[in-house]
Design a protein around this ligand. Structure first.
Ligand code: ADP
Length: 377
């Protein structure tokens, strides 16, 4: 049974807003995406009002969930601060999903570690980010193969595709199902290759045009982080949106990260971008676990000859200069692209091959740098 936007609007029209009018007349609703039983929209209010609106967000989600045929609902509450207005007080607990004031990307204050404002995810020992200064450098491919490398080391691993501008996990894993809900109405991550996987791509159609404003990004990612039954995990790998803008900085600051891995290609430009990524994580006191050079050299799929077509080694050199660990070089190879794009990542589909060994070696270094954290759990 398909659910229409009108059905969603009808159910929302019965919810009262703090402005005294029905939610549908309060001029706060984004466009409603309703397809295939999956409903997604946001409620956009000014930051000082955000707390008063959280019960409305919850009521809206419950009302839509009650419509026959609805399988998944995600209602994001986004709060924007008007230029010149005073920032609202921080939310009482980082555990409350749904509200992320736009001021959240201000730098940490008073020297306190940002960790203190981020509650951990119950059952998850370490959340790590895989980030890149720009798109197209192979961040998602590396995130998935790194997750699989960590799995091969005997760890329990989850993967959150937070690249909401271009979620690639449906393509990279071949997963297309919608996550089911548990008794507490939390989404159950999909399972593939022994990983628990969540992506906004499982919730909204790839073609659905979504305009993500800064605060919406945080709100959507918070829900995928906290309204999901991750279970017990040693490591949750977060595939970050590419770039180092406000949305990324907000994520870096508000997701309880134990570390970040930066993916770069050897081209100079991307190294400059990688340096920005490094600066971003340092600004919010997230330890950089290291830099990976992807598409480091070209390896001929026929004869195996290596060619340094991009001037290979730049990332290693850069990492040394910046005092950041260098985690390894991944060649530009047909097998990596073909397996990725076919939904069967190389570490899983060619476990005895040379590429899997490279990813596992990188995973080993990441595991070693997280050892205290994982062991403590
Ligand atoms: P990003 O997440 O940085 O946008 P993706 O992981 O989606 O990048 O990769 C972009 C493209 O590059 C994909 O087609 C992917 O298969 C390919 N790719 C990534 N890493 C490699 C590699 N080491 N060798 C060959 N192709 C790669």
């Amino acid at each position: 049974m398909s659910v229409t936007q009108q059905q969603v609007l009808d159910s929302l029209s019965r919810i009262k807003s703090p402005r005294g009018v029905a939610l549908t007349n309060a001029n706060v609703l984004s466009a409603i995406s309703a397809s295939d039983g999956k409903v997604f929209f946001s409620i956009n209010v000014d930051a000082p009002e955000a707390r008063a609106w959280e019960p409305v967000r919850a009521a809206a989600e419950a009302a839509v969930r009650a419509i026959p045929g609805v399988t998944t609902v995600m209602v994001a509450l986004t709060a924007e601060r008007k230029p010149g207005s005073a920032p609202p007080p921080p939310p009482p607990s980082r555990g409350a999903p749904g509200v992320q004031p736009a001021h959240a990307h201000r730098p940490p204050q008073g020297g306190a570690s940002p960790m203190s404002r981020q509650s951990e995810i119950p059952g998850v020992a370490a959340v790590i980010a895989v980030a890149s200064g720009k798109g197209g450098v192979g961040k998602s491919t590396t995130a998935l193969n790194l997750a699989l490398g960590l799995r091969d080391l005997g760890l329990k691993v989850g993967l959150l595709d937070a690249d909401i501008y271009g979620p690639s996990m449906p393509r990279l894993t071949g997963l297309r199902e919608k996550p089911a809900l548990n008794d507490e109405r939390k989404m159950i991550p999909l399972r593939r290759f022994g990983l628990a996987i969540m992506s906004i791509g499982f919730l909204v159609e790839e073609e659905t045009a979504m305009i993500w404003r800064g605060p919406m990004v945080m709100s959507a990612v918070t829900q995928m982080l906290r309204d999901v039954e991750w279970g017990t995990l040693d490591v949750l790998v977060v595939d970050m949106p590419p770039g180092t803008g406000d949305a990324q900085l907000t994520l870096a600051q508000n997701v309880p990260l134990k570390g970040a891995v930066i993916i770069s290609t050897p081209q100079d430009l991307s190294l400059i971008d990688a340096r920005r990524g490094l600066a971003m994580f340092r600004k919010v006191n997230v330890p950089v676990l290291g830099i990976v050079e992807n598409m480091s050299y070209f390896q001929c799929p026929h004869c195996g000859t290596k060619s340094d077509i991009f001037g290979h080694g730049g990332a290693r050199h850069e990492a040394e200069k910046l005092g950041v660990p260098f985690l390894g070089e991944i060649p530009l190879h047909m097998a990596i692209r073909a397996t990725s794009d076919a939904g069967s990542p190389v570490v899983d589909s060619e476990p005895d091959g040379p590429h899997a060994a490279i990813y596992r070696a990188i995973a080993g270094q990441v595991r070693d740098r997280l050892k205290g954290v994982i062991a403590a759990a």
